[in-house]
Design a protein around this ligand. Structure first.
Ligand code: ZN
Length: 357
């Protein structure tokens, strides 16, 4: 069942984080929804601008319509990841998304404020939430690439001003992670002290961690052993750092690389071990199973397992073929939590800065 990104974020804040998984083919969608079913965890399904170009927005939309019917117990929000103004406008107009990310972090501060504000106005008019980004992550994701020298940590004072001026609903912060499989060099780790200062200034406001993949050593070794070329410095965010980040306001953790590493390992090993095979469904089945297991485990480590709202099947038939409206939400398990959430959201919308404290 579809849910509102904002409701999921505010229900999670300070207690657990939502896994936000980048997926764009049917094996990934099956794996994601199976994993979320097993963990009974709400999830955010996200498509980047490049993925929408790759698969076609309508194909992605139909995949999720199918998934919602096949896996009726999964509560999920649909998010457009790393959009520009044009792709955000398209996603908002499509009626298929609950939230969009405007990534204008490569622009100077004032231009980022202006671009984000324009998307916020457009999105809020239609009831969608907006994630913005301040600071820059290095690394490569889809066709976006930022050199290490251009990476910039988020300035906490600027973050406070940015949120106040733009009215965005969540903020992606650069606190030391990178996109891709090489997140840290040497002993470098997540900059928790920067996160702590951002939280002090923006208490109650959902922060988003991009580049949240763990890049497990075992996956890298198996890929190397089946012909892949990763060097041994490939590394990601350790689980322990994630739980500290959650206590410091991180409410959404973006995960793309880990899903791609599993895909690479499964297919490399399959074709290494079965050089005469050409049936994509055989490794495809393994991928769906392994990706589902990964999603389930990730939801557990983020604390989101068992947090799926109770579904009201009488009000929302699980096999309703009609398109879900953006912002349509699942009923939360505890009415008291739901009403507290509503008043908090309402207050925050009017006074984004002050009601958050
Ligand atoms: Zn990202």
């Amino acid at each position: 069942m579809r849910a509102s990104t904002n409701e999921l974020l505010h229900a999670a804040y300070g207690q657990y984080a939502l896994g936000a998984f980048n997926v764009c083919n049917l094996e990934q969608v099956h794996g994601l929804f199976r994993g979320a079913t097993e963990a009974r965890a709400p999830v955010i399904v996200q498509f980047t601008r490049v993925m929408r170009d790759y698969a076609h927005p309508l194909m992605l939309e139909q995949l999720l319509r199918g998934a919602a019917m096949i896996y009726p117990n999964v509560t999920f929000a649909v998010h457009h990841d790393h959009g520009d103004e044009a792709s955000c406008a398209d996603a908002i107009e499509s009626g298929h998304y609950s939230s969009v990310m405007i990534d204008a972090s490569h622009l100077p501060f004032e231009q980022n404020v202006a671009a984000t504000s324009r998307v916020v106005e457009m999105a809020h008019r239609r009831g969608l939430a907006v994630e913005a980004e301040l600071g820059q992550l290095k690394g490569v994701e889809d066709e976006m690439s930022v050199e290490g020298k251009d990476a910039l940590l988020t300035d906490p004072a600027q973050a406070e001003e940015f949120v106040e001026r733009t009215g965005c609903d969540s903020l992606a912060v650069a606190v030391g992670t990178s996109h891709g499989a090489y997140k840290f060099s040497g002993s470098q780790r997540l900059r928790l002290e920067v996160l702590a200062e951002i939280k002090r200034r923006l208490a109650g406001f959902p922060l988003v961690l991009h580049g949240g993949s763990a890049v497990p050593r075992d996956e890298i070794e198996r890929i190397r052993n089946s012909g892949g070329e990763f060097d041994s410095s490939a590394s990601g965010v350790p689980e322990g750092d994630l739980s500290q980040a959650i206590s410091l306001g991180v409410t959404k953790v973006n995960i793309a690389t880990d899903g791609r590493l599993i895909w690479t390992r499964v297919h490399r090993e399959f074709f290494r071990d079965h050089p005469g095979e050409f049936d994509f469904m055989q490794p495809g089945r393994t991928y769906m199973k392994d990706f589902a297991g990964f999603v389930e485990g990730k939801c557990r480590s983020l604390g989101a397992a068992g947090k799926s709202p109770t579904l009201d099947h009488s009000a929302n038939p699980s096999r309703n073929h009609a398109a879900a409206k953006p912002g349509a939400s699942a009923s939360l398990a505890k009415p008291s939590a739901s009403s507290a959430l509503k008043s908090k959201r309402k207050g925050r919308r009017e006074h984004p800065k002050f009601a958050a404290r």
